[in-house]
Write a protein that binds this ligand. Structure first.
Ligand SMILES: [Zn+2]
Ligand SMILES: [Zn+2]
Length: 348
């Protein structure tokens, strides 16, 4: 077969992306080839753009959240046919290692990651086709299900945190991830949801999605505000989605005695922080850490998106063509948009 090419946004080195003609991926007997309808920008793409990522070699196409149409299916694939609209997750666990057997496939010792969504076509490897790819129901638009990957990670954290009816939740950082935690807290029956961020754009979306209070941390002391809004006690739970040491500290201080904290936003390997262990111990603070998602989380995320229990569309602020991935990521970093849908079929 002659090698056909497509346009793809290639990660060259930190701070440098380039739109290039690259080969359309060849698929194996268990894989599918998907024509990308849209791919959303994510904090992980932004981190990769800024400082690289151990899973994404230089010279490869960036992007991992996508929806699209199957254009080719390997000979062993029975679940999917050309023409089907699908949403694939970005990874799949092996199912056989020690951690997988413990139901902790999110940390699978040989987890398979896929990327290359900022392009016209993407290969979905057989393991992801089998375990973590779904046909999009006729009733749903592409936009409604596009956030399967990030929502699955939010679901994973929320299943640890177990928010109860009537509880108060302080959300430290409400980028796309925080905005999904907000919707999950509402689904769990949280009554008082306090959203903290430094972007008025994101805070407005939080308000629209049902936050009871929005706090711009550049204008008021968020910890004072959280105390004031929770009868001086602090919130029942807090969720950290800024990925900064300052955010981690604030999330600990935001909760009441006996409160629960979810550290969601990953830190850099070199990051360190002092812990007030005396306070944490005598306050019986419970701290949860969460990383990625297991197939059950992905399934739950799919159900929440297709049923409309989580609104993904409101998190997509605008559409841009492939040429503008870099601009989209910078807009995200500046807090001017929540997420951008990159559409290969838009003209620049
Ligand atoms: Zn993502
Ligand atoms: Zn495994």
């Amino acid at each position: 077969m002659s090698q056909q090419t497509m346009r793809g946004m290639v990660y060259i080195e930190p701070q440098k992306l380039e739109l290039r003609e690259v080969p359309i991926p060849q698929i194996g007997p268990d894989d599918i080839l998907v024509k990308v309808h849209l791919a959303t920008t994510c904090g992980t793409d932004l981190k990769t753009y800024k400082r690289g990522h151990h899973e994404i070699p230089k010279g490869s196409v960036l992007g991992h959240e996508l929806v699209g149409e199957v254009v080719e299916a390997g000979k062993n694939v029975t679940k999917f046919k050309p023409g089907m609209r699908v949403v694939p997750h970005n990874s799949a666990p092996c199912g056989t290692c020690y951690l997988c057997k413990h139901g902790q496939g999110n940390m699978c010792e040989s987890i398979l990651f896929n990327f290359g969504a900022f392009a016209e076509y993407i290969r979905i490897p057989g393991r992801i086709v089998d375990i973590n790819t779904f046909e999009i129901p006729e009733a749903n638009s592409y936009e409604e299900v596009a956030l399967l990957e990030p929502l699955s990670t939010v679901v994973h954290g929320q299943r640890l945190l177990k928010i109860q009816q009537g509880e108060s939740a302080a959300l430290i950082g409400i980028g796309p991830i925080g905005l999904m935690h907000l919707q999950m807290a509402l689904n769990s029956g949280a009554s008082n949801i306090i959203a903290v961020d430094i972007s008025d754009t994101r805070l407005e979306v939080a308000k629209k999605l049902g936050a009871t209070h929005i706090i711009n941390a550049n204008k008021v002391d968020p910890l004072e505000a959280i105390k004031d809004l929770t009868h001086g006690r602090g919130s029942d739970v807090s969720v950290e989605s800024t990925g900064s040491v300052a955010g981690w500290k604030s999330s600990l201080k935001a909760v009441r005695k006996g409160g629960r904290v979810l550290w969601f936003g990953g830190l850099k390997p070199e990051d360190r922080m002092d812990l007030e262990v005396h306070h944490i111990h005598y306050s019986e603070t419970t701290i949860y850490n969460t990383h990625h998602s297991s197939p059950l989380d992905v399934l739950i995320a799919f159900e929440l998106l297709t049923s409309g229990r989580v609104d993904a569309k409101s998190l997509i602020s605008m559409e841009m063509p492939l040429e503008k991935v870099e601009e989209a990521l910078l807009k995200m970093a500046a807090g001017e948009v929540v997420k951008v849908a990159i559409k290969p079929n838009l003209s620049a």
